[in-house]
Design a protein around this ligand. Structure first.
Ligand code: ATP
Ligand code: MG
Length: 141
């Protein structure tokens, strides 16, 4: 399995719940290393740019409203098969369908307020890591 870097976001609901530490502990316990991180309150323009692939979807405006509703914790996670490993730890998009023990099963309230974001492919991981951490060393992307 290749060494990869992926983008992870703890969404405003997770930050509001004071759950940053508990969620980060799960990534670390699973062998993922936090190689870049910051807390940021996204502007509407930034949130729209980040989620541009979803522009045409009916829930786009609600999703952007939610993502700018408070600070988010953005981080780059590095490790073996980091992209898939992060998605496994997150669980399904809809917390009602997320497997027990996953982050979304434990911390998410709804399909909008679903606690975390994770890159879904090598291609999106590269773009999304560069979006927030443009100076992160290339070999860690
Ligand atoms: P993310 O991209 O946030 O990691 P995901 O990859 O599991 O989540 P996507 O299909 O990429 O899911 O959807 C992006 C975000 O849009 C979801 O996290 C969720 O907040 C929202 N979303 C997705 N589907 C719906 C829906 N049917 N209704 C409302 N919101 C939705
Ligand atoms: Mg996605």
């Amino acid at each position: 399995m290749a060494m990869e870097t992926t983008l992870s976001i703890l969404k405003p609901d997770a930050v509001r719940k004071n759950a940053i530490g508990q969620i980060l502990a799960r990534f670390e316990a699973a062998g993922l290393q936090i190689v870049a991180a910051r807390l940021v309150h996204l502007s509407r323009r930034e949130a729209e740019a980040f989620y541009a692939v979803h522009r045409e979807r009916p829930f786009f405006k609600d999703m952007v409203d939610f993502m700018v509703s408070g600070p988010v914790f953005v981080q780059a996670l590095y490790g073996e098969g980091a992209i898939a490993r992060n998605r496994d730890l997150m669980g399904a998009t809809d917390p009602k369908k997320a497997a027990p023990g996953t982050i979304r099963a434990e911390f998410a309230d709804s399909i909008d307020a679903n606690a975390v974001h994770g890159s879904d492919s090598a291609e999106t991981a590269r773009t999304e890591v560069a979006f927030f951490f443009p100076t992160l060393a290339i070999h860690r992307r």
